[in-house]
Ligand binder design. Structure first.
Ligand code: NAD
Ligand code: IPM
Ligand code: MN
Length: 360
C-alpha cells in the first residue's frame, strides 16, 4: 500500500481535491491497487489552525509518504501578513526546496473537443498543439540570495538575486532532453541571454548538454519572443525548457491556450523521482466556494502522480482517457464555455469522469 500526503490547501483547493480523490478511488477499484491517504493542513488554513503555513507535522507527513498531492495555497485573507509568512513563500516554496523538487513538468495539450475554448483564432489553433513546459523549480530568482529591502523614503530599494549554478542548469536541461526523446525530439530553451548574465550561462550549459542528445533538435528563444510565438504559432513547440520565473509565466500562458487555467496539471520531481503533484493554477479566490471550479487540473495531477511516483501507468492513462472522453461529450465547467447555462459543477465534472473511467 502506498501512502499519499493529501494537502488540499486554500480557496478552490479543497473543492477540486475532493474530485481528484474520487477519481483516484475509482482508479484503485478498477486497477486493483491501494492508496492510503493522510490529510494535512498547508497554507492559509494552516496559518489559521496552527499559526504557521507549513506545520512540522505536515512536513513530516510528506517525508513519510510516497508522494504528495497538493491543492493550492494563498488568498486575500493572508495577503496582509509579512511576505515571508504568507502561504506561497512560507509553505509552497519551502516544500519545493526541502524535497529538492527541481523538475517541474507542465503538459499543455489541447483536447480535440476543446479547440473552441482556446482563445486563439481557429486558423491558428488548428487541430491543437502539445507542449511540455519543463520548468526549473528550486533556484533562479525565486531562491537567490541576497534578497531584501533597505533604506527609506524615495531612496528605499528592494532587491532579488537571480542566480543559477552550472549543475542546476545541467540537471534540468537533461530532464528536458530526456522528455523530448519520448516526444517530438525538439527542445526550445527559453532565456534572456541578450540581457541577463545568468541566462548567458544558461544558454552555454544547455548547448553543452545538447551534445549528448544529437537526436534532439535544440533551439534558443528569448522569453519575450517565446510568449509572442506561443500565440502566433504554438505548434512550433514541443518541449519548452525554462528557468523558474520564465517557466511560471510561460506555463500560465500555455495553460490558457488549452482552454483554461483549470486544465493544467503539474508534477514537481526530485532526482529520486519523489514528487509533489499540483495544478499549475492557484486558489482562484474569485470562484472559491461556488462549486464551479474546474477539477481537471487536480485530477490530471493525480494521474501524473500514478505515472511518475507509483508506477501505475495503466491507471494514469485511463484517467487521461476518461477526462478526454468526458470533454468530448460536451461536458464542461463554466471556465470552458460562454454558455454558462450548460456548464456543469465541480462535483458533476468529477462524477462524469468517474463514470467514464469505470465504463472503460
Ligand atoms: P489563480 O490561478 O488562482 O487564478 C487565475 C484565474 O484563473 C482566476 O480567474 C481563476 O478563477 C482562474 N482559475 C484558476 N484555476 C481554475 C480552475 N481550476 N477552474 C476554473 N478557473 C480557474 O491565480 P491568482 O488569482 O493570480 O492567484 C490566486 C492565489 O493563488 C494567490 O494567492 C496566488 O499566490 C495563489 N497561487 C497558488 C498556487 C499554488 O498553490 N500552486 C499557484 C498559483 C497561484
Ligand atoms: C505556480 C505558482 C507559484 C510559483 C507561486 C504560488 C509561488 O504561481 O506554481 O506556478 O510562482 O511557482
Ligand atoms: Mn504560477
Amino acid at each position: 500500500m502506498k501512502k499519499i500526503a493529501v494537502l488540499p490547501g486554500d480557496g478552490i483547493g479543497p473543492e477540486v481535491m475532493k474530485e481528484a480523490i474520487k477519481v483516484l478511488d475509482a482508479a484503485q477499484e478498477k486497477y486493483s491497487f491501494e492508496l492510503e491517504y493522510e490529510y494535512a493542513d498547508v497554507g492559509g488554513i494552516a496559518i489559521d489552525n496552527h499559526k504557521t503555513a507549513l506545520p512540522q507535522a505536515t512536513l513530516e507527513l510528506c517525508e513519510n509518504s510516497d508522494a504528495v498531492l497538493f491543492g493550492s495555497v494563498g488568498g486575500p485573507k493572508w495577503e496582509s501578513l509579512p511576505p515571508d509568512q504568507q502561504p506561497e513563500r512560507a509553505a509552497l516554496l519551502p516544500l519545493r526546496k526541502h524535497f529538492d523538487l527541481f523538475c517541474n513538468l507542465r503538459p499543455a495539450k489541447v483536447f480535440p473537443s476543446l479547440t473552441k475554448s482556446c482563445p486563439l483564432r481557429p486558423d491558428i489553433v488548428g487541430d491543437g498543439f502539445d507542449i511540455l513546459c519543463v520548468r526549473e523549480l528550486t533556484s533562479g530568482i525565486y531562491f537567490g540570495t541576497p534578497k531584501g529591502r533597505e533604506g527609506q523614503g524615495p531612496d528605499e530599494f528592494a532587491f532579488d538575486t537571480m542566480r543559477y549554478k552550472r549543475s542546476e542548469i545541467e540537471r534540468i536541461a537533461r530532464m528536458a532532453f530526456d522528455a523530448a526523446r519520448l516526444r517530438n525530439k525538439k527542445v526550445t530553451s527559453v532565456d534572456k541571454a541578450n540581457v541577463l548574465t545568468t541566462m548567458v550561462l544558461w544558454r552555454e550549459v544547455v548547448m553543452e548538454v545538447a551534445r549528448d542528445y544529437p537526436d534532439v533538435e535544440l533551439n534558443h528563444i528569448y522569453v519575450d519572443n517565446a510568449t509572442m510565438q506561443l500565440v502566433r504559432y504554438p505548434q512550433q513547440f514541443d518541449v519548452m525548457l525554462c528557468g523558474n520565473m520564465f517557466g511560471d509565466i510561460v506555463s500560465d500562458e500555455a495553460a490558457m491556450l488549452t482552454g483554461s487555467m483549470g486544465l493544467l496539471a503539474s508534477a514537481s520531481l526530485n532526482a529520486d523521482k519523489f514528487g509533489l503533484y499540483e495544478p499549475a493554477g492557484g486558489s482562484a479566490p474569485d470562484i472559491a466556494g461556488k462549486g464551479i471550479a474546474n477539477p481537471i487540473a487536480q485530477i490530471l495531477s493525480g494521474a501524473m502522480m500514478l505515472r511518475y511516483s507509483l508506477g501505475q501507468d495503466d491507471a494514469a492513462d485511463a484517467i487521461d482517457g476518461a477526462v478526454g472522453a468526458t470533454l468530448a461529450k460536451g461536458i464542461v465547467t463554466a471556465d470552458l464555455t460562454s454558455d454558462r447555462e450548460s456548464a456543469v459543477t465541480t462535483v458533476e465534472m468529477g462524477d462524469a469522469i468517474v463514470a467514464e473511467l469505470l465504463a472503460r
